[in-house]
Design a protein around this ligand. Structure first.
Ligand code: FAD
Length: 284
């Protein structure tokens, strides 16, 4: 049985922040696809639900050449999937969004809700990590902006405080020739978090970025591995080397979805697959 709570749907960010401040025990509600499970199972005591989907300024996905892309907190995962700019410039993000659950779920779920929930296995964090995205957070003192690699602090934990709302994420603009890809291994297609999710990006000046989900308590960038790749040619042989080297840079656990051993193995395969796909697109 659902616990009892008040439900409010403010029309402005200011109203929402005022409500958060004066009502301790409020939970921000975006798509509700993670939160409804928490409520239904009484995992947390929630007195107030603050639905942010009525706040127009959070419902924008906007690209400015030279600046980059902003995705507001009320933007759904399906809207990310359907964005032409995402498909053209931030391919790993589009592919990761495609891989989230089912069409119906993506119609409610938001990208920001996915990162705020901070599941180590969530799909949308690793593409944001390879793009050095920034998270915009509004609170009583105004707005602060946090680098995505500083956003996650543990399993289901982030830097967001109880009186704050994430308003969106921004991704810097990319140069021509910048490309990326997302590969996920899951038990079933749709309706499930990944056993592992791997984003690989190659910039126009041939720098490689790699980020993974479900292989550590938080989503991670593999910066040491990226540094090692700087001295290597981007060839199929390097992709094979990468598949073996990945295991030295991650620390997965065994859980209901997979053993740690399989995660160590499959993460290397997914990284190789991603790098090969980009090499084949013509990086050299
Ligand atoms: C059947 C099923 C299948 C799923 N499959 C996948 C999958 O394949 N891949 C995947 O990654 N996820 C999956 N999920 C998880 C979920 O759908 C996603 O994490 C989704 O993106 C969450 O977004 P939401 O808008 O629904 O978040 P909500 O449920 O509304 O919120 C999630 C959490 O974030 C907080 N929050 C939300 N927005 C904000 C904000 N703006 N500011 C501050 N805090 C905020 C909420 O308070 C809550 O704690 C699945 C869930 C279900 C039920």
């Amino acid at each position: 049985m659902l616990s009892k709570f008040d439900y409010v749907k403010p029309q402005t960010l200011e109203e929402a922040l005022d409500y958060l401040k004066s009502n301790p025990g409020t939970k921000v509600f975006a798509g509700g696809t993670d939160l409804m499970i928490v409520l239904r199972r009484n995992i947390e005591l929630v007195n107030h639900i603050l639905d942010i989907k009525g706040i127009a300024e959070l419902n924008r996905i906007e690209y400015k050449p030279g600046e980059g892309l902003f995705i507001g907190a009320a933007v759904t995962v399906n809207e990310v999937c359907q964005s032409e700019i995402v498909r053209e410039k931030y391919e790993a993000l589009g592919q990761a969004a495609d891989s989230v659950a089912s069409y119906q779920l993506r119609n409610r779920a938001t990208l920001v809700g996915n990162i705020c929930n901070a599941s180590p296995g969530a799909d949308l964090s690793s593409p944001l990590l390879v793009y050095n995205a920034k998270v915009h957070i509004a609170g009583p003192e105004g707005e602060r902006i946090v680098d995505i690699d500083k956003f996650f602090t543990g399993v289901k934990k982030t830097v967001v405080q109880k009186d704050e709302i994430v308003t969106g994420v921004s991704l810097p603009d990319v140069q021509e020739g910048d490309m990326s890809t997302y590969n996920k291994q899951a038990r079933i297609k749709g309706h499930d978090l990944g056993i592992a999710g791997v984003s690989v990006r190659i910039t126009s000046d041939k720098k490689v970025f790699i980020a993974m989900s479900a292989v550590a308590p938080t989503p991670i960038r593999l910066t040491k591995l990226e540094e090692a790749l700087v001295t290597k040619d981007l060839t199929p042989e390097t992709a094979t080397w990468l598949s073996k080297e990945v295991a030295n840079h991650i620390n997965p656990i065994s859980d209901v979805r997979s053993s740690a051993e399989y995660r160590l193995h499959i993460s290397g395969i997914l990284a190789k697959k991603g790098l090969l796909k980009l090499i084949e697109k013509g990086v050299n």
